[in-house]
Design a protein around this ligand. Structure first.
Ligand code: SIN
Length: 475
């Protein structure tokens, strides 16, 4: 497979010949060395995107749609190969990696259907003097920066609507897990994506790379998924050129279990919400609020279910939780667990790193966690479930909302009226009601508060990559 930069349809090394070493987090060993891009390469990629975008924007929506449909199919046809690459560089179990490819491909299918439905409007001005015509042209060149936790899907969730709307893109795949992106780049060429429309430039020097891409005069938008901390920096930088932005940032999801919940179903949902993709998702349940009547039962059953999960290399059959991305991630998870236990939490399961090779952490369940514990403020990004018992629903909701984040939340109750009214009171862009998973290309993914700006997926997603132009017309 290609291990170079893709710029203007050519695979080539970076301007200074530097390389990025890609590690397998299950072993710590190098699995590939790929070309590293420089700021000059980012500029070259923006030049190529700008040149390709004009023709693509002028291409009939139906033709764009058919190219996207080919992209969907080619990803599906290469599921096994792409899933193995994801597991190699990210570590997640193969079953999760295959699920990720299905999810990633679906963004192409969904947006192939949306490409022919970008709607404008026409109305008569209230004074009757003219018509108000509203249309939605593409923004132009979009800079896409993606995280390592979904090496395929976080790219396609942006790339597919960007292309569907008539844009060209320059992508900075994650340094930790760039191989899947490079292989997808090759496949998209085979699927008929025109030359120069999709440029892939991994780099070691994200700050300089991003500055060069943002300062390019053709760049009109930045779409980013990653931490809120990095998002703030990118937002400030993009503001210097008043670029359009779409930001999918960090989460701190509450998972709420009421006394009347079906506890078995809540545990099953908790496993999905906490542990999918090795517990490294921004929608991951981060704080479990369990009502006093079920708190002990829920904690015990969750500990039993998480304790039964097989931890190991995602390549091994039956493994349900792979390694963390690197040693730093293990240290940071362990620091949070130790602080919570030091502050009085009980350990119902696990509680420490697994000795190497690789970067593993034990599935861990903590009971009786104080709502003030630092673990309730941090995005854990690891297989740790802190359970906070509650008695007062109003107080619990205010604690659930007491965070800068507002991405995902989960509610388990058999009283659908209670579930809906609590969902409405949660300051969260997405709520799973009796469900541990809510990600769907047909639904608007995104957060409130400091979890982000804009939405990806659904009908809304494509308009993020469009301008709005109004023409006042008389005839
Ligand atoms: C993320 O972790 O950023 C995405 C999670 C998802 O799409 O389910």
């Amino acid at each position: 497979m290609k291990t170079q930069l893709l710029i203007d349809g050519t695979w080539r090394d970076g301007a200074d010949g530097d390389q990025i070493s890609v590690l397998n987090p299950a072993t710590g060993d190098e699995v590939a060395s790929i070309a590293a891009g420089t700021p000059a390469d980012a500029v070259a990629a923006c030049d190529a995107a700008a040149a390709a975008q004009r023709g693509w924007a002028a291409t009939a929506p139906r033709v764009r749609a058919e190219v996207l449909r080919n992209c969907f199919q080619i990803l599906i046809d290469h599921t096994d190969e792409l899933a193995e690459l994801i597991t190699l560089e990210h570590g997640k179990p193969l079953a999760d990696a295959k699920g990720e490819i299905a999810y990633a491909a679906e963004f192409f299918r969904w947006n192939s259907e949306e490409a022919v439905r970008i709607r404008g409007s026409i109305s008569t001005a209230p004074g009757g003097a003219n018509k108000i015509i509203v249309r939605h042209p593409p923004v132009g060149v979009v800079v896409i920066v993606t995280p390592w936790n979904f090496p395929a899907a976080m790219i396609t969730r942006k790339l597919a609507p960007a292309l569907a709307a008539g844009n060209a893109v320059v992508i900075k795949p994650p340094r930790e897990a760039p191989l899947t992106a490079l292989r997808i780049g090759e496949l998209l060429e085979q699927a008929g994506v025109p030359t120069g429309l999709v440029n892939l430039v991994p780099t070691k020097d994200s700050g300089a790379w991003f500055g060069a891409a943002v300062d390019h005069k053709a760049t009109r938008m930045v779409s980013f998924t990653g931490s809120t901390e990095v998002g703030r920096v990118l937002l400030a930088r993009a503001a210097q050129r008043v670029l359009k932005v779409c930001m999918e940032l960090g989460g701190n999801a509450p998972f709420i279990v009421f006394d009347d919940a079906d506890v078995e179903a809540a545990v099953e949902g908790a496993l999905v919400a906490k542990m999918r993709h090795s517990a490294e998702t921004c929608t991951a349940a981060n704080r479990f609020f369990a009502q006093a009547g079920v708190a002990d039962e829920f904690t015990e059953k969750l500990a039993t279910a998480m304790g039964a999960m097989k931890v190991g290399s995602g390549m091994e059959p039956g493994v349900q939780c792979g390694p963390m991305i690197n040693a730093g991630a293990v240290d940071s998870i362990d620091g949070l667990v130790k602080a919570a236990v030091g502050a009085g939490a009980t350990t119902a399961l696990g509680g420490g790193p697994v000795s190497g090779p690789g970067f593993f952490y034990e599935p861990t369940v903590l009971g009786n966690v104080s709502p003030q514990s630092p673990i309730t403020e941090a995005e854990i990004f690891g297989p740790v479930a802190p359970v906070i018992p509650f008695t007062d629903t109003d107080l619990m909701i205010s604690q659930a909302n007491n965070t800068e984040m507002g991405l995902a939340a989960y509610v388990y109750t058999q009283n659908i009226g209670l579930g809906l009214s609590v969902s409405e009171r949660l300051e969260s862009g997405m709520v799973g009601l009796n469900r541990g998973a809510m990600s769907d290309p047909a639904a608007p993914f995104g957060g409130m508060k400091q979890s982000g700006l804009g939405r990806e997926g659904a009908s809304e997603g494509i308009y993020e990559f469009c301008e709005t132009q109004y023409i006042a017309a008389s005839w």
